[in-house]
Design a protein around this ligand. Structure first.
Ligand code: ATP
Length: 195
């Protein structure tokens, strides 16, 4: 069985918090690969910044050169609201020889019980949880069906968020060393997040 980590997110834009979390999960749980899954954002809702094609291209620039990382655009291609439980079911059907683990930062861990068909999701994947600074998550408050599937991985705390990066770019400030140079170049070339 290949062990695959799945990291879902908006990635608007991808940054070193995402990449370090993915690598920490891979290392701690001995995953063969980590797949980054950008979420589809409905066009009629306010968009934080970049459209799906651009968020995918930034991810591809960020993971190129790492054979253990790749972008899986299943949710973008579906073009509608994707629920994690459905994404995982589709991937399990397509890759029957793989064992999937859903990677989550601590802001998302707290929210897991509210996800669509959360119990069914927990029955089909393991969760790998990483702490984010200022986003403490208390495992004791999680329902047993989540807690029993949650494995923790350690990473050096990185207080990096896409929201902060978008704000800095809007203010004309530097974002160097918060995300890969190739992604910064892509953002500049396409004039993304400028106010
Ligand atoms: P935004 O600021 O736009 O809400 P974000 O930086 O939180 O974006 P997402 O794309 O929403 O990024 O995050 C995708 C996944 O990566 C989530 O599970 C999130 O918890 C995790 N993650 C994001 N940043 C970090 C970080 N600095 N450390 C650990 N996990 C992170």
């Amino acid at each position: 069985m290949r062990k695959i980590g799945l990291l879902g997110g908006t990635f608007d834009p991808v940054h070193y918090g995402h990449l370090v979390a993915a690598e920490a999960a891979r290392d701690a749980r001995r995953l063969d690969e980590v797949w980054f899954i950008p979420t589809f954002l409905p066009p009629h809702k306010p968009q934080p910044g970049a459209d799906g094609a651009r968020r995918r291209e930034m991810l591809e620039a960020a993971v190129s050169g790492n054979p253990a990382f790749r972008v899986e655009d299943i949710e973008l291609r579906k073009q509608g609201t994707s629920y994690t439980v459905e994404t995982v079911a589709a991937l399990r059907q397509r890759y029957p020889d793989a064992e999937f683990h859903w990677i989550v930062g601590s802001d998302m861990i707290r929210d897991l019980p509210n996800w669509r068909r959360a119990e069914e999701l927990a029955a089909s994947v393991g969760f790998i949880g990483l702490e984010r600074p200022d986003q403490p998550s208390d495992d004791a408050s999680l329902p047993e069906y989540v807690r029993s599937k949650l494995a923790r991985a350690e990473m050096p705390p990185l207080g990096i968020s896409s929201t902060d990066i978008r704000r800095r770019i809007g203010e004309g400030r530097s974002v160097r060393y918060l995300l890969p140079d190739a992604v910064i170049e892509y953002i500049q070339r396409n004039g993304l997040y400028e106010s």
